[in-house]
Design a protein. Structure first.
Length: 111
């Protein structure tokens, strides 16, 4: 059994326009998703760079601390000079910690 339905031209025209608009919206959404993916990739790069800098700072500070301990153990430098050096290292550590704290967003409030 075959059923034939006559659809007026105005309705067909309207359906075609709706279909074109839906296609346009799909393409816009795909472009937006690609842009979001690119933004995410750029952000991931920045996070990796910050992690590298943070790791370098930790390694540097750890290395300096070890060098001071080695000098103390060797006994070849006056304690006053080592204390001044340690005080400078403490001040630099405090400045670094303050900079990290100042640039770290506050935790979101608990729900």
């Amino acid at each position: 059994m075959k059923i034939t339905v006559e659809v007026p031209d105005e309705v067909l025209s309207l359906l075609r326009r709706i279909d074109r608009k839906l296609d346009s919206l799909r393409h816009a959404e795909e472009a937006s998703n690609m842009t979001n993916q690119e933004a995410l990739a750029a952000l991931a790069e920045k996070v990796a760079a910050v992690k590298t800098v943070d790791d370098s700072a930790v390694a540097l500070l750890g290395g300096l601390s070890q060098q001071i301990r080695d000098l103390v153990a060797a006994g070849t430098i006056s304690p006053t000079d080592l204390t001044a050096l340690a005080d400078q290292l403490d001040a630099d550590n405090a400045a670094l910690a303050a900079a990290v704290t100042a640039n770290t967003p506050a935790a979101p409030p608990a729900p």
